[in-house]
Structure formats: structure tokens, C-alpha cells
Ligand binder design. Structure first.
Ligand SMILES: [Zn+2]
Ligand SMILES: [Zn+2]
Length: 412
């Protein structure tokens, strides 16, 4: 070691210690410069956080709330598409099994979620109607749930019959809520339109026009929809074999959803279909990826959206490859919580990041107190079976009455 090496080392150590101890004293300008160099500085988000972004006056937001199949799975609910417009209107297209949970994750007050358009009556397209109907009413929808859907080739196969019977099936549920909760949301009304009507208006309010045309799938009855607003055109195909109506009326859509089924080899290997039934279901009842591409190459949307397949690491590659044999335009292989912001100039595609612990958003209007006389009492037999726990419940009444300045009493 050189003669002064020891002392130099000591000096350096002291200087370093001084510098570290005074980092916090550095002038702000220096701290800012240091911050700019950090890779963890805040920057614009590349995901969509529900309940955090206002829509522009000319903007449309579409959220995939179900992109899967009739077979329930955690990753993908069955068909459901939310369309939100810059004028405040919101529309739900299909409400397939599992999708009510996705809608809940978007934290939208239920008063805005009162309009549902059904493409057809397979459970993977309307299986969660009960959950939206009753859950929405309980959590702040203070108006009836309105449902639009196609007629069938017989009255029994139409939307009106299906919704009336769902309401009947809920007799016990709805009776049990009488006199206990705000009653206004517990009504469901179906508007049925002719499934054979071609590009016919089924809804027109507040600058929004929704049309329907026939689809070819399983039986007579299924339809596709377009929604036009403010120069933007959204199309939802529902389930269908490629058909001449979609080819004509989805043309030049800004945003076009069409089913794109699991490939035939995937159906045999993953779903254990026989090759015969895989061919029948995967190419004849539904639209094969190659045929999806053919449809999109003819209508040329600003964004083509494929759904109705399990979108996994080991399935999407083959589906994409097959679509690309017939279509080379803009494409989304959709999965749940994919979000598109559509304006005349741009289509931005992101994923929503949602909160598993989400609670319902507050109602937009004050709840109406129910008429307690509507309540249906227990029979003497069942009511007489209550244990006497008045003593332990009374403190809850005392606490709540005091906190909110009310004077509620326990049931006898
Ligand atoms: Zn179907
Ligand atoms: Zn389906």
C-alpha cells in the first residue's frame, strides 16, 4: 500500500458517508432530473381502469364482457358486449352465462344498464339474464329491465315467451322481496321483433339506431344487430354461418364482431368431439376461422373482432394462422375485458384491469322505501320456529337508530 493510501481511503469513506446523508438536501431541480432518469416514473396508462375515464362526446367504448363458449370457465364468460356512447347511453348485446360478473366489474351504476339486445336464445347468449335482472334491481336499477330479441318460427321459440317464463320461474324470488326492497327494478319487459326482418329498425332513441337482420344458426330465429350513432357503426353478428345479410349490412362497419369458432382439430383434441360432429358444429352450425376471415375480407371493417373460442396460448396461434389465410386487415382475437375506444380517427385496443373485490356502485337516485304492507308473511308454522335472539339484535338496532336518527323496531 502507498504511503498515504490509508488516509485517502478514510477521506473517501467520510466523503461518501456525507454525500449519502445529504441526498435529501439536494435542490429540487436536481431531484426532478434524477426522477426523469428513473424507469418507474408515472406515465400514461396502457390499460383501462373502470370508473376512471370519461368518454369524449364523439367516442364509443366497447367492452368484451363475454367471449367464450357454452361451457363455463373462469377465464371467459359466454357472449356479452357492452357498448357505451359519448352521449351517456349504454347497451348490452347478449348476456351469456357468467357475463353479469364482468359487467359488475365495470362499476357502472345499474340505472344505466337497463337495455339488453339478444341475438338468440342459446344459454351462452342469455344465460345470465336472471343475474342482471335481479342483481341489478337489488343494487340500484330503479326501472324495469328492457329486453329486445327475435321472434321464433313458433311463438314458443320467441323471446317474449322466454322472458315471460323466466319471470314466472322467479315467482318465489320476486315474492320474497315484496315490501322489503325498492320495488321499481323488479320488472322485465320483452320487445319481440320479426327474426326475418331485414335491416329493420328495432330501436331508435336519442340519436341511436339499432337494426336487425337474420342469422343462420341451429334453428330459425337468430339475428345480428347493427348500432349506428354519430357516424359510427358497431355490428354484432351473434352466432351465424356466413350469410348474405351480414355481408351486405355489416359492410364498412367501424367495428364488426362475428363469431369465429374453435378449430376442428381443437374440438377433437380438447373437447373430445368425434371428427364428424366437430366438422358439423365447427363449420356448419358455426363459422370456422377461415370462413370468418373470408367474411371480414369482404366487409372490410376498421376493426374485425373474432369471438366464441377459448383464447389460450395453445389455441390462438392456430386460429390466427387460419384467419390469415383469408383476411389480412385489422383484427382482434377477443378475450374477456378487452376494451376498444372508437372515434372517427382512431381505434384504441386495451385490456381492462378489474378489481376482484368490487362492490356495486352507488345508485344514481335515492332508493324508494318499499310499502311494508306488501310483505308476504311466514306461515305460523315457520314463523313459530324462530329462536328468541331479540336481546342480541337490540344493540344493532340501538346503534343504527342512533347513528342515522331513525326509530326502527325489530319484528315480533
Ligand atoms: Zn348459439
Ligand atoms: Zn354461442
Amino acid at each position: 500500500m502507498p504511503k498515504y493510501g490509508f488516509w485517502i481511503a478514510i477521506l473517501l469513506a467520510v466523503a461518501l458517508g456525507y454525500a449519502l446523508a445529504h441526498v435529501a438536501d439536494l435542490p429540487p431541480s436536481f431531484a426532478e432530473d434524477a426522477g426523469k432518469l428513473s424507469p418507474v416514473q408515472p406515465r400514461a396508462r396502457d390499460f383501462y381502469a373502470p370508473n376512471s375515464e370519461a368518454l369524449g362526446a364523439n367516442e364509443m367504448r366497447i367492452v368484451a364482457c363475454g367471449t367464450g363458449m357454452p361451457t363455463a370457465r373462469p377465464k371467459q364468460a359466454a357472449s356479452c358486449w357492452l357498448v357505451e356512447l359519448g352521449n351517456g347511453e349504454k347497451f348490452i348485446f347478449d348476456i351469456g352465462t357468467g357475463s353479469a360478473e364482468r359487467i359488475a366489474a365495470l362499476q357502472i351504476p345499474y340505472n344505466y344498464l337497463d337495455k339488453v339486445f339478444l341475438s338468440h336464445l342459446h344459454t351462452d347468449h342469455f344465460g345470465d339474464i336472471m343475474a342482471l335482472f335481479v342483481g341489478g334491481a337489488l343494487m340500484g336499477r330503479q326501472m324495469p329491465l328492457r329486453v329486445w330479441g327475435p321472434s321464433g318460427d313458433t311463438p314458443e321459440r320467441g323471446t317474449k315467451q322466454a322472458i315471460e317464463h323466466i319471470r314466472k320461474a322467479l315467482t318465489w324470488d320476486l315474492d320474497g322481496r315484496k315490501g322489503i326492497t325498492d320495488p321499481r327494478g323488479y320488472h322485465i319487459a320483452a320487445t319481440e321483433f320479426d327474426y326475418k326482418a331485414v335491416n329493420q329498425v328495432v330501436y331508435q332513441e336519442n340519436g341511436v339506431t339499432i337494426r336487425s337482420w337474420p342469422a343462420i344458426h341451429a334453428l330459425d330465429g337468430p339475428v345480428s344487430f347493427s348500432l349506428e350513432w354519430n357516424g359510427l357503426k358497431f355490428v354484432f353478428g351473434g352466432d351465424t354461418y356466413p350469410n348474405k345479410w351480414y355481408d351486405q349490412y355489416a359492410k364498412d362497419a367501424d367495428f364488426a364482431i362475428h363469431e369465429c369458432f374453435v378449430t376442428v382439430p381443437q374440438m377433437v383434441e380438447k373437447f373430445r368431439f368425434t371428427p364428424q360432429s366437430a366438422l358439423a358444429v365447427g363449420t356448419q352450425i358455426h363459422t370456422a376461422p377461415e370462413a370468418f376471415g373470408k367474411v371480414m375480407s369482404r366487409i372490410k371493417p376498421r376493426m374485425a373482432v373474432a369471438y366464441h373460442f377459448f383464447n389460450d396460448f395453445d389455441t390462438s396461434g392456430d386460429i390466427l394462422k387460419r384467419i390469415r389465410t383469408t383476411y389480412d386487415g385489422p383484427l382482434s382475437l377477443s378475450t374477456d375485458y378487452m376494451v376498444w375506444n372508437v372515434t372517427q380517427n382512431e381505434i384504441r385496443t386495451r385490456m381492462a384491469i378489474t378489481d376482484e373485490d368490487v362492490w356495486p356502485p352507488p345508485a344514481t337516485e335515492k332508493p324508494q322505501l318499499p310499502d311494508a304492507s306488501q310483505r308476504i308473511p311466514y306461515s305460523d308454522f315457520v314463523g313459530g320456529g324462530k329462536l328468541d335472539v331479540h336481546e342480541v339484535l337490540q344493540p344493532i338496532y340501538d346503534e343504527t337508530n342512533k347513528k342515522y336518527g331513525i326509530n326502527e323496531k325489530q319484528d315480533e
